[in-house]
Design a protein around this ligand. Structure first.
Ligand SMILES: *Cc1c(COP(=O)(O)O)cnc(C)c1O
Length: 417
């Protein structure tokens, strides 16, 4: 093995790393989706991960250094880097149940003798790739649902809290039901009056400080989403709970460990993100979107418009809506984009209602023009597809993807999951 520190770009020389490993290069217009490896990491994070890979380091010491960076950037008392947000949620919940008692830490997920209920609003029981309720149950805790999907009241929250409550989980995400949820400050106030710790899942949210200021005991962000790090999570908050969550590394979080490369990359990404000019970054991200919007101007049957982030994060996407009187469905355009070479993957959360969304945050060099041309070609192809309503077309497309996943690893080179 070479002792020289490799140049992070070296592996890419002489061909695309993905092709050399046997996977097709993909143009990622989902932004940060885990299924596409998260965001394309920023150079500072790539360099930090590469630099530490060949070195020995005491992980507890590295995590203590990460705690200082996290505290500096978020205003929290302490923090650590987890394997991902899902791991951070599990660790925070387990920490709220077991505290710093080693015997309790090693006993989980058997919660005998511990408070083991986690309250969560029904409208926050999202599926972000798996059901978030499973993060709660993985620790041994029990899910206590507050209210109904479109309506949770402060009285219902108060009623759900009892002597067995270990923590409350609050989720901020475009996946959450948009109406009828308890605002964060009121939610945190009720929990704190009853001595219940508040854990906030902010995996994809740019706000690193506001929820801690408003009373969150612990917040969780993904490092491989907007921050531009390697796959990891940023856990930040009040020191005793952060410490208790960190100690889960010697309990149920052992199978959720983050490596030194993930920690180093997260530290570099946090620093770079904090130093970035948000308005300039937003303007730069708009350029490819406006280019695609112009390329689609005058095309019959669709509307293309800038789409500000639905939870108020400071960036835009381009939404392409297939109009109701068009003779093709949004899902048919998505299928054509995915089936071409290179595959182009877009955000499809509302494809059943006739639209899909382009996110430029992971757009690679030279990909902007390719996307413009492929959008026009995909629209042409969709016009030749069987005429179905948007919901049926979306259902058919989703079924194909689910079936392809069940054939793994024999998924061939067609449109994979
Ligand atoms: C992405 C996401 C997660 C999971 O994040 P990972 O870091 O990929 O585990 C959790 N919650 C929400 C709301 C998300 O969007």
């Amino acid at each position: 093995m070479s002792t020289a520190t490799p140049d992070p770009g070296e592996w890419g020389a002489g061909g695309d790393i993905r092709a050399r490993l046997g996977a097709r290069p993909v143009i990622n217009l989902t932004g940060t989706l885990t299924g596409l490896g998260g965001i394309s990491a920023r150079p500072e994070a790539i360099a930090a991960a590469a630099a530490i890979m060949g070195k020995g380091v005491d992980i507890a010491e590295l995590q203590a250094a990460a705690s200082r960076v996290i505290a500096e950037v978020t205003g929290a008392e302490a923090g650590f880097v987890s394997a991902c947000s899902a791991a951070g949620i599990c660790m925070a919940i387990a920490g709220a149940m077991a505290g710093d008692r080693m015997a309790a830490i090693e006993q989980l997920p058997d919660t005998t003798g511990m408070r083991n209920e986690v309250v969560i609003q029904a409208g926050h029981l999202v599926n972000y790739g798996h059901p978030i309720a499973q993060d709660i149950r993985l620790t041994g805790a029990r899910v206590v649902v507050v209210g109904a999907v479109n309506s949770s009241s402060e009285a219902e929250l108060g009623g759900a809290i009892g002597p067995g409550t270990a923590a409350a989980l609050y989720v901020v995400s475009h996946h959450c039901f948009p109406d009828g949820q308890i605002p964060f400050a009121a939610f945190a106030g009720i929990c704190h009056d009853r001595g219940v710790k508040v854990i906030v899942d902010l995996a994809a949210e740019y706000d690193l400080t506001g929820f801690l200021r408003e009373g969150a005991d612990i917040t969780i962000h993904s490092a491989h989403k907007f921050l531009g790090g390697a796959t990891a999570g940023i856990v930040a908050g009040r020191k005793p709970l952060v410490r208790a969550a960190f100690l889960q590394n010697f309990g149920i979080a052992r199978p959720m460990k983050v490596g030194k490369e993930g920690i180093a990359a997260a530290m570099a990404a946090l620093r770079a993100f904090a130093a970035e000019d948000r308005a300039a970054a937003r303007a730069a991200l708009r350029e490819p979107l406006l280019h695609w919007r112009d390329a689609l101007a005058g095309i019959a049957g669709i509307r293309a418009e800038l789409d500000p982030d639905p939870t108020g994060n400071p960036f835009d996407r381009l939404r392409i809506t297939v109009l109701a009187d068009a003779a093709f469905a949004a899902a048919d355009v998505v299928r054509a984009l995915e089936a071409g070479t290179p595959p182009i993957r877009v955000r499809t959360h509302q494809v059943g209602r006739g639209s899909f969304v382009l996110d430029a945050r992971s757009l690679g060099a030279g990909e902007c023009e390719i996307v413009a041309g492929r959008l026009l070609a995909a629209l042409d192809e969709a016009r030749r597809s069987t005429n179905r309503g948007p919901t049926d077309a979306a259902h058919a497309w989703k079924t194909e993807r689910a079936e392809a996943l069940r054939r793994w690893p024999d998924i061939g080179t067609g449109s994979g999951p």
